[in-house]
Design a protein around this ligand. Structure first.
Ligand code: SF4
Ligand code: SF4
Length: 70
């Protein structure tokens, strides 16, 4: 598996906070396409190997569910 890109923010979605609102899934949020759905109606997941660390997903999440994994 490729190593995560070298930036300080490594986002993960805390499923205890996430309400599957899908705000973070807008194409305008994650330009590298790192946030993905596994199945319809489920929680999104973040592929850290594609993440640029821009933190936009943190800004748009209304439930503070996107958190630093480190
Ligand atoms: S930090 Fe930026 S690039 Fe990484 S998952 Fe969030 S929106 Fe996508
Ligand atoms: S914006 Fe936040 S609450 Fe909504 S699906 Fe994404 S991580 Fe979950």
């Amino acid at each position: 598996m490729p190593a995560p890109q070298q930036h300080l923010f490594h986002p993960t979605i805390n499923r205890q906070c996430c309400r599957a609102c899908h705000a973070c899934l807008s194409a305008a949020v994650c330009l590298p396409g790192a946030i993905q759905m596994t199945k319809a109606g489920e929680y999104p997941v973040i592929d850290v190997t594609r993440c640029s660390g821009c933190m936009l997903c943190v800004v748009v999440c209304p439930y503070d569910a996107v958190q630093d994994s480190e």
